[in-house]
Design a protein around this ligand. Structure first.
Ligand SMILES: [Zn+2]
Length: 177
């Protein structure tokens, strides 16, 4: 999934985790949000080497959150939630076998050469085989292929979760103030 979805999903889940800890949330909100954003994007630094590598594996990320959490306990929850939310979203792959991406680009870019260059970059950028869900036990890649409709449903689900969380936390904040 794209960076924005990762941030929205990571922040939403983190906020949900702190629902029952309003004092902790109120006190450390800014740092928690910063850590959650960083964590929800972190696994993609492997784009510099092999994308969707070991650092997309949930167990590796959980251990990393644990190690950093030992040194800096406050960071443990937002790190863990941010990391795992990233893994979870990256299980979903967009099925581009019908050249959907090219069709969308063609709407925006009329120049054929330019459109095909942009398509190349985008397609290479999103190309992936899922994630190594069970690493280090197995290096098998797991993924769920989404069509245009189901991709929109998953994206919609992420946004709805965010909207519901916002709604719930607004009410909560009022209650505790
Ligand atoms: Zn990723």
């Amino acid at each position: 999934m794209d960076l924005i979805s990762h941030i929205i999903f990571g922040l939403t889940l983190t906020r949900l985790v702190y629902m029952n800890r309003p004092q902790e949330w109120e006190k450390y909100r800014n740092i928690i949000i910063l850590i959650a954003i960083a964590a929800s994007l972190f696994p993609d630094i492997d784009i510099l080497t092999t994308h969707r590598s070991e650092i997309h594996a949930p167990l590796v990320l959980a251990v990393l959150a644990g190690v950093i959490g030992l040194a800096y306990p406050l960071s443990f929850k937002p790190l863990l939630v941010g990391f795992l939310s990233h893994s979870l979203l990256d299980v979903f792959l967009f099925d581009n076998s019908n050249d959907t991406i090219r069709q969308i680009i063609d709407i925006a870019i009329t120049n054929d050469t330019a459109a095909s260059e942009v398509n190349e970059v985008v397609v290479t950028g999103i190309a992936a085989n899922g994630i190594m869900l069970l690493y280090p036990i197995s290096r098998k890649m797991y993924s769920i292929m989404l069509t245009e409709t189901t991709y929109a449903m998953v994206a919609g689900l992420v946004l709805s979760t965010a909207a519901i969380t916002l709604y719930l936390t607004r009410n909560n904040t009022g209650k505790y103030r």
